[in-house]
Design a protein around this ligand. Structure first.
Ligand code: 5RP
Length: 239
């Protein structure tokens, strides 16, 4: 095992590299956001530099991803310029047994869902701690809200029995502001989420909600990083 990386980071690096190895030359690639996706972006950059991979174009899902992809020498395109994406790769905050997800820990779920829904194949990369039996028992569900709608949306979610917390910035006074200039409400349902399909629609139907972090029936493959007998391993879970 690598001496300098803790097990969770090592698992993230393993799955990032494993997913990057699945990208074929000539592809348009959706590039996710977060610490696990960052390892994948770096691994794609390494493959490009070595000549093992050629002629790809990336579509980023956040400012963070855009800066990193440029640093790694990945040519970028935008949704306006293309007819579709061949493969999208991203992390997640929770993955349930139906391969439904909670995303948005990095407040990037709106652009992530846009890119991943536009992709022929969506691969999720997680360490084993992200696998759960039921969504939202531990991780709060992020909901992106336009600033003027903060009060009405909060009240509407409370009527659905969700406990709502406005996400606050770190090393910044006031709330987190998304790449779109909006706010994030983190929502907890007392018994977790029973019907992710219905809740995703219900939340997105509240006026003022831009997008919520439930990703349902979107995932083709999950790569799970594990440490078995001290050795890193990657397990595949297919839909
Ligand atoms: C960002 C996301 C991330 O993919 C998710 O938070 C996982 O991040 P990490 O790989 O750092 O644990 O949804 O909005």
């Amino acid at each position: 095992m690598s001496a300098e990386l803790d097990p969770a980071t090592l698992m993230k690096k393993q799955v990032g590299a494993a997913a990057a190895a699945m990208v074929k030359s000539g592809s348009i690639v959706g590039l996710g956001t977060g610490s696990t996706a960052a390892f994948m972006i770096q691994a794609l950059g390494d493959r490009l530099k070595s000549g093992d991979l050629t002629d790809i174009q990336g579509v980023t899902t956040s400012f963070q991803g855009e800066v990193l992809a440029r640093e790694c020498g990945i040519p970028l395109t935008t949704l306006d310029m293309i007819d579709g994406i061949d493969i999208a790769i991203d992390g997640a905050d929770e993955v349930d047994p139906d391969l439904n997800l909670i995303k948005g820990g990095g407040a990037a779920h709106t652009q992530e869902k846009l890119v991943e829904a536009f992709s022929k194949k969506f691969i999720v990369i997680v360490d084993s701690g992200k696998l759960v039996n039921k969504l939202n028992l531990n991780f709060l569900l992020p909901v992106e809200v336009i600033p003027k709608a903060l009060n009405p949306v909060t009240k509407a979610i409370e009527r659905l029995n969700g406990k709502v917390t406005l996400r606050m910035g770190v090393k910044k006074s006031g709330p987190v502001v998304t790449d779109q200039g909006n706010l994030i409400l983190d929502v907890k349902f007392a018994n977790g989420i029973d019907n992710a399909v219905e809740l995703e629609k219900t939340l997105n139907n509240i006026p003022g909600v831009l997008e919520n972090g439930l990703f349902v029936n979107m995932v083709d493959l999950v790569l799970v990083g594990e440490v078995i007998d001290g050795q890193p391993a990657v397990r595949e879970i297919r839909r």
